[in-house]
Design a protein around this ligand. Structure first.
Ligand code: S3P
Length: 202
């Protein structure tokens, strides 16, 4: 194995040790790349990947936009909270959540208890370029979707900032963001574990 490959392997092993099987929960706006990054991250860790929107679509037998049209946002939010609570019971999983999920206090509390949260942050131009490629998102069916996206960002960013880790995504391959998450979580969790070990030794 090359030196670079063996260094990557040992970073991954370190991350796995620190996580202790707790799920990684990706949060952030529509278009941040939660699902694409999440899939790559899960592959690197040898974990499962799951997407809460896909789970809702499978359970409901319809797309998210049809769900909003038929049942409304309130019902979507309560289904979303239930689905995430269930998915958080799975170990060794990377969970990508819909952009509004972390705004629920109950969901945030559960994520804090059961998992490790990562906010994938990105600027408005990158987000808008990405969401424009799949213009079906129900919350953006407005006369000025870019302005709507901006308003949602302003309202949500202070809450997203409560995540355990923030990674800023530029227009780079999803693989690079997945690696930044592995590095960031080691940096975040390692000192906590050292502190815990020191307290246990007292
Ligand atoms: C939403 C984001 C969507 C989906 C729904 C609502 C939101 O998921 O859950 O359309 O409130 O931001 P993505 O963030 O995966 O696009």
């Amino acid at each position: 194995m090359s030196r670079a490959k063996s260094k990557t392997r040992s970073r991954i092993e370190q991350a796995l040790r620190l996580l202790q099987h707790r799920p990684i929960v990706l949060i952030g706006m529509m278009g941040a790349g939660k699902s694409s990054v999440g899939r790559r991250l899960a592959t690197k860790l040898g974990w499962n990947f799951v997407d809460s929107d896909t789970e809702i679509e499978t359970a409901a037998g319809m797309s998210i936009s049809d769900f909003f049209a038929e049942h409304g946002e309130e019902e979507f939010r309560s289904g979303e909270a239930r689905v995430i609570a269930r998915l958080l019971r799975d170990e060794k999983t990377v969970l990508a959540t819909g952009g509004g999920a972390f705004m629920s206090e109950a969901t945030r509390d559960l994520i804090r208890q059961e998992g490790f949260s990562v906010w994938i942050n990105a600027d408005i131009d990158l987000l808008f370029a990405r969401v424009s490629r799949r213009p079906t998102r129900p919350l953006l069916q407005t006369p000025n979707p870019k302005e709507t996206l901006k308003q949602l960002m302003d309202a949500r960013y202070p809450t997203y900032a409560l995540a355990d880790l923030t990674v800023t995504s530029k227009d780079v391959p999803h693989d690079v963001v997945a690696d930044a998450i592995i590095d960031g979580l080691i940096e975040h969790l390692e000192p906590l574990q050292t502190e815990e070990a020191a307290a246990n030794d007292k």
